[in-house]
Design a protein around this ligand. Structure first.
Ligand SMILES: [Mg+2]
Length: 436
């Protein structure tokens, strides 16, 4: 079994990947601090309380659909005793951080894929029983943080992603699936439709269906030439991945990145500002997480939005803007604020149908430099304590309760959030102990 890329650790004997994904992440975060909500349907709304962006299993069961505009379903929510929350990205970012930190303890390296997902490098672990390792991971995250996760383990990233979905659909109670041999991989490929395969977009799924290809298994049986011709080298890469040949590189960086960018298609074209705000907040939150992960802070935040340039009959607009941070930061709440400020400036309402948006954090510097800048070099330990105390107070009392004199924050950019939960993740008792 060859690999179709070169990378720095060619001495490794075999590849194995785990994809750990939090179940109904935002809803699980909200429930974590209100156990009386167990068994009750939970929905989380996008910024400005626009539409449903996360659902607990109970909410899915009673038929709440993603993207449902909240105002149209107030009666329904009331009648069905649905707990409704505004999105609280500071809380989600913080819990995500804790999940990632716990995951990082299991393996030499991990790649944060999104706010609630990470790939773990399981190649060449001393462990022989990877299924047991998957179960241990699930148990530890539940015990330490209280968030339910599913784990998929397989020889390539694309198969690991599929194994995770398979775990969710086929072995929900166990929550872990290890595609340990060809037979298990075959079952999984047969079970998964092409439209539910990671990396196959809607257009390609339709193309495949037109050619009588419905399952991932059937896709892997197509000739390589056909795949390359119809779906380009990107499709061929996926084809290889699903056949067990790793082609998708790791994206963790041994050296800190200069810039971090999170951008993605919105899923479908939209002119709904609340949907775009939600995506931007999400991207900003992932950027902040990646900054903290590599112990850097950013000096600038950039946001871009664009319509679909391939739709020639649509009105076209694309724009990007950079904002300089008052103080270099890696705080989730702050980076979201800057990103939404950017969006406010460049967003153009009207007939524009947006397809893509993204957040970049630029001019990264090591985290410890910021303290030198702010407080000079008199007493570093004391300065660190001040920052820590500030963080804790802000987390508990709301962002910018305490801030540096140089920081200004425009209140106009505050979002509407009628149902926002508290910043639970800071312990009040801890705050009182801090002496500056
Ligand atoms: Mg998830």
């Amino acid at each position: 079994m060859g690999r179709c890329y070169n990378h720095h650790h060619s001495t490794r004997r075999h590849d194995m990947y785990a994809l750990v994904d939090c179940n109904n992440f935002y809803a699980s975060c909200e429930r974590l601090f209100q156990p009386h909500l167990n068994g009750r349907p939970i929905v989380v709304l996008s910024n400005n309380d626009g539409c449903v962006i996360a659902r607990s299993d109970e909410a899915k069961e009673i038929g709440v659909v993603m993207g449902t505009p909240a105002y149209m379903f107030q009666e329904f929510f009331k009648k069905n005793n649905v707990a409704v929350f505004s999105s609280n990205y500071t809380l989600y970012g913080d819990l995500s951080d804790r999940v990632m930190t716990t995951l990082a303890g299991f393996v030499p390296r991990l790649e944060i894929y999104s706010i609630d997902e990470a790939f773990l490098d399981m190649g060449d672990l001393a462990y022989t029983d990877l299924l047991q390792l998957g179960l241990d991971i699930k148990k530890m995250i539940a015990k330490n943080i209280g968030i339910p996760v599913c784990v998929g383990i397989a020889p390539t990233k694309a198969l690991a992603k599929m194994a995770n979905r398979y775990a969710k659909k086929k072995c929900k109670s166990v929550g872990v699936f290890y595609a340990a041999n060809q037979e298990l991989i075959k079952d999984m490929l047969e079970f998964t439709e092409v439209e539910n395969t990671w990396g196959i977009g809607r257009q390609h799924a339709l193309l495949l269906n037109r050619n009588n290809i419905y399952t991932a298994k059937e896709f892997t049986e197509m000739p390589a030439d056909w795949v390359r011709k119809k779906m380009s080298v990107v499709g061929l890469r996926l084809w290889n991945e699903l056949r067990g040949v790793p082609c998708i590189e790791w994206e963790f960086e041994p050296k800190a990145k200069k810039n971090i960018c999170t951008s993605r298609s919105l899923g479908k074209i939209t002119n709904d500002l609340s949907v775009i705000k939600e995506a931007i907040s999400n991207h900003a939150s992932v950027c902040a997480l990646k900054l903290r992960n590599q112990h850097t802070v950013c000096r600038k935040v950039q946001v871009l939005i664009a319509t679909n340039p391939h739709k020639l009959n649509h009105k076209q607009y694309s724009h990007s803007i950079v904002i300089e941070c008052e103080t270099p930061t890696n705080a989730t709440g702050e980076i979201i604020s800057y990103a939404l400020k950017c969006l406010d400036i460049i967003y153009k309402p009207g007939d524009y149908l947006y397809m893509k948006c993204g957040v970049l954090v630029l001019d990264l510097i090591p985290q410890h430099h910021i303290q030198v800048n702010l407080f000079d070099v008199r007493n570093r330990q004391r300065d660190e304590k001040i920052l820590l105390a500030m963080d804790k107070i802000n987390k508990l009392m709301g962002k910018d309760t305490v801030r540096m004199a140089v920081q200004r924050f425009d209140r106009r950019f505050r979002l509407r959030a009628d149902h926002v939960s508290k910043k639970y993740t800071t312990n009040f008792k801890e705050i009182l102990k801090i002496k500056i």
